[in-house]
Design a protein around this ligand. Structure first.
Ligand SMILES: C[S@@+](CC[C@H](N)C(=O)[O-])C[C@H]1O[C@@H](n2cnc3c(N)ncnc32)[C@H](O)[C@@H]1O
Length: 203
């Protein structure tokens, strides 16, 4: 799996996505006591923020199938003593067996293009989310318009960070097509080579 090779260098090669991460974090509108899922948490770069924001009475559930990635997340959680974080090694679909339906307040999907192309993963996250739960997404995408001439370069550049380019013109397409999310919005970033998207679980 390509993420095994990426894991050790992931934190040092991705500083440019931190502004998007901050924006996605804000869109989760977390409160103390909330339960939040960090789907495809990778090395756990969001965990400190999520843990501090939901507090001791809240819960962060971080799931990641790549062992090399989650080992780094595990060490991060251990060093920072993030006691309200539960790390699960596995595909997001595994959450269905472990958590009650409609109990989650927010879902973070930070640079998780593969996961967003899986209907089973999407169905799982929607099933776990409470009505009104916030979904915040950030990631890379193809240029549109005249800049789309540069898209072969975009795919080359983004290749380490996803295993498919299906729907890379609109990575949120499958999730937003379900009608299970209300108030959806998409905002291009970095001249359209990245995006922020968000919505709320419909009742
Ligand atoms: C580019 S990394 C992003 C890591 C992290 N979200 C971040 O904020 O930096 C994408 C991660 O999604 C994970 N992933 C891919 N498909 C998944 C799935 N079905 N369920 C859970 N995680 C998945 C990969 O293993 C990889 O570590």
């Amino acid at each position: 799996m390509q993420y095994r090779a990426l894991a050790a260098k992931y934190d040092t090669v991705t500083p440019r996505i931190e502004a998007l991460r901050d924006e996605a974090h804000r869109l989760l509108r977390l409160s103390v006591g909330d339960t939040v899922i960090d789907a495809g948490c990778g090395t756990g770069k969001s965990l400190q923020f999520l843990s501090a924001t939901v507090g001791a009475s809240g819960r962060v559930v971080a799931i990641e199938p790549c062992r090399e990635m989650i080992e780094i997340a595990r060490e991060r959680v251990r060093l920072a003593k993030l006691d309200n974080v539960t790390l699960i090694e596995g595909d997001v679909c595994a959450l269905r067996e472990q958590f009650a339906l409609a109990t989650v307040n927010a879902v973070l999907l930070m640079f998780t293009h593969d996961l967003l192309q899986s209907r089973a993963s999407i169905a799982t996250l929607l099933a776990l989310a409470k009505p009104g739960a916030r979904f915040a997404l950030a990631g890379g995408k193809l240029f549109s318009g005249p800049l789309s001439l540069l898209n072969p370069w975009v795919e080359w550049r983004q290749k380490p960070y996803c295993t498919t380019f299906e729907n890379y013109d609109a990575p949120w397409r499958k999730l937003f097509a379900t009608d299970a999310l209300a108030h959806t919005q998409v905002h291009p970033r970095y001249m359209g080579i990245a995006y922020i998207a968000h919505g709320e679980r419909a009742p």
